[in-house]
Design a protein. Sequence first.
Length: 218
Amino acid sequence: MIKRKNILKIAIDSPAAAGAGTLAKAISKYYNLIYVDTGKAYRLIALYKIMFPKKFNLKFIKKKINKLTLKDFNNKKLLSDEIGTEASLIAKNKSIRKLIHTFQTKLAYNPPKKYNGSCLDGRDITYKIVPDADFKFFITANTKTRAMRRYKELRNLKKSISYNDVLKSIKNRDKNDYNRKISPLKKTKDSILINTTKLSKRACFLKIKKIIDREMQN
Ligand code: C5P
């Protein structure tokens, strides 16, 4: 694998709806890093499963991943809660994970030249995809806060869903993600814990920026 030298690599893991995506986007913009929301790859495969149930096998998935670009992540259909739940089931499959990993590591270690580095967020980024990241964060918030944030997000997208259903699906996804055998969600010892429950988006961003700037000045 080609690895660009002297790039800044940031790895973030978090449970669903903890605010990691918003933060990672802001950090990426500020430090001019390519941002990869790795969950979108699992969501995309989940969408393919629903769209092409008869064709859905490893060969088909491989073909799709080979053609994958970050533009595919903009598909609005990927944002629904059903797709999120299906993605967390697909994410238990070792062979599918392997295919997606190749796509992710390429972007992490060899981002396009116009970027100073990469920032990936997901569930296994800090210990599997970018284990030698310059900065590792574990971003979390309490379950009810996460459910309320996701509920508001879905309501803004005009999705009709109740808060209780969102809460149930967040709990279900946590169960899948924390307990699965392959690449479970966990906070590694070398990750910095950021609890966003009582922090505004701006406050979270400044907290992370302070950590990065302090280290880079040394
Ligand atoms: O982050 P997001 O909610 O979009 O992720 C959807 C699902 O994809 C997660 O619940 C998780 O099961 C899976 N995922 C994963 N590894 C990643 C990113 C996401 O297993 N690096």
